[in-house]
Design a protein around this ligand. Structure first.
Ligand SMILES: CC(C)(COP(=O)(O)OP(=O)(O)OC[C@H]1O[C@@H](n2cnc3c(N)ncnc32)[C@H](O)[C@@H]1OP(=O)(O)O)[C@@H](O)C(=O)NCCC(=O)NCCS
Length: 148
């Protein structure tokens, strides 16, 4: 059965924590429950809630965390962020991440976002391919770091 037939995209809720932790563990092989607890807690305190989950027959099989900000980094407009995206390995390559990203883009457009940023590790090929397929290109900003 094509899972996209029964795909539902909806707003992410605090109750999705366990499902997200499970997907994250299946993808990365480690349990990062406290990381996700903190992340969802921070998210729930924001006025703009744009994060989404993908459900197939009532089961959460993917998620996308998004954010909105303005004027940071000297960018004089409302900008959107694609923070983290994850799809259960059993459901990958079926267009679920694409559906999540399209819905997030639609929601960000509706609040006047004109540019969406994301950060990807240079050697994360799956994600790089995915963002390339979505139409993302290299932006003007460069990533700096100082190890202390
Ligand atoms: C990258 C990721 C989100 C893609 O999810 P997905 O639902 O499989 O993606 P889609 O089916 O919508 O793929 C859309 C396009 O992206 C590209 N793509 C996606 N996965 C790819 C892969 N593993 N290798 C190469 N290209 C890929 C393809 O161009 C694909 O289009 P195609 O199927 O027509 O070739 C998924 O592999 C994932 O969750 N990876 C782990 C990401 C991560 O580390 N997240 C943080 C922890 S959860």
């Amino acid at each position: 059965m094509d899972s996209l037939e029964n795909l539902k995209i909806r707003a992410l809720k605090r109750e999705d924590l366990e499902a997200i932790v499970k997907i994250d563990k299946r993808v990365l092989g480690e349990d990062r429950k406290s990381h996700w607890e903190r992340k969802l807690e921070l998210m729930s305190n924001k006025s703009s809630q744009v994060s989404l989950v993908a459900e197939v027959e009532g089961e959460v099989v993917g998620f996308i965390l998004g954010d909105v900000s303005g004027w940071e980094f000297g960018v004089p407009e409302t900008i959107g962020w694609m923070d983290t995206i994850g799809v259960d390995p059993a459901y990958q390559k079926k267009g679920i991440a694409t559906a999540l990203a399209h819905e997030l883009i639609k929601n960000l457009k509706a609040i006047q976002v004109k540019t969406i940023y994301t950060l990807v590790s240079w050697d994360d090929w799956d994600l790089l391919q995915f963002f390339h397929a979505m139409g993302f290109t290299r932006g003007d900003m460069i990533n700096l770091e100082l190890k202390i």
